[in-house]
Design a protein around this ligand. Sequence first.
Ligand code: AMP
Ligand code: MG
Length: 395
Amino acid sequence: MFSTTEAWQTIVRHAQPLGTVKLPLNKCLGLVLRADARADADSPPFDASAMDGYALRKNSISQPVQVIGEVQAGSPFTGKIGPGECVRIFTGAPVPPDCDCVIKQEDVVREGESINVQQMDGPDFIRRRGENRRAGDLIVPANTHLSAAALAALASAGITQPEVARAPRCAHLVTGNELVSPDQKPTGAQIRDSNSTLIAALLHSQGAELVAHAHARDDLAMALATTTALPAHDILLISGGASVGDHDFARPLLEALGFTLHFQALNLRPGKPLVFASKGNRLAFALPGNPVSHWVVFHLFVAPLLQHLQTGAAAEPPRLKGRLAVGITLPSADKRQTFWPARAVIVGGSYELTPMPLASSGDSSGLVGANALLPLPSSGTSFDPNQPVEFIPCP
Ligand code: AMP
Ligand code: MG
């Protein structure tokens, strides 16, 4: 059985980073920029007032100072400003070239068309041309995940169609005779399908696109027909049927579709029967159907794969260090490497990890609030409070 690291290396060997597309800014949140973005002009592009107040020449003040005009944001002042004169100015307005200082309005007393300056020892309150960025400066480096702030930086540089990694296209096949959709009341031996909602949300959080979703009953021929009819995709995710039970058909389905299986079981708890396969550039996972297994293997393998396809980084999920807030006793001893969902919070400047109280690997509501995975060594079943641990953040 592969370790999680061997599994990851196998996945990366078969995964080619995707090409790029140019998209409008409002479609780019969370996507990965693929080309350095540079400022097209100095920022600010002119000397601008940082305050509402009065612009004047510092060394020619003789009280009172005559107010000879007004300059607003968006319209430059074209007149001359001589000694003993000033203009009313507002934040963001260009400071007239004759002036070297803005006095904020709180520091003057105005009487009619003149002012008396009460205080002059502050800064000059001018945002100098280029003090934020010079034309040509790097503003957002390639491989940045585009946040709201990064999108705003691109907008300020006039980059309205940035080159981003194409979102990985994913198709999801959920399997199981027992499943009904969440809007139905299960009867008898039925349960609601929660994995489809889980997978759709997890894909969205990783910048991937869910191009199709279908449900197949536990019947190979029907599942084959359903899967063949799916629209083009980069990654096929099959929920359930990954194991070796009589009705688990994910492996024969992948083989019938022409995929090559690269691993079919991992040294992992939960999630041992994870299957990974490829067919040319198309990749597929069969994910064990238990909701907790789903969450674990998604964060260990599918999320980093989606990132690799967008960034080419080939990085295993990073690990941080923290402490257990409470102790944990695993339900049973097992030679497999356990990854336990947990909640990481910062307390007093360091991470504290609370393992989720999962009644079983079918306990989807026990995952609510989880934002981390705790790799726990197979050497023990009991871990004490305050014990130092590593964890994998699961955003
Ligand atoms: P399987 O991997 O198909 O053997 O399923 C393992 C367990 O997960 C079974 O108890 C299933 O009923 C449950 N399960 C499978 N698919 C789903 C799903 N989409 N939503 C919730 N539970 C599921
Ligand atoms: Mg099943």
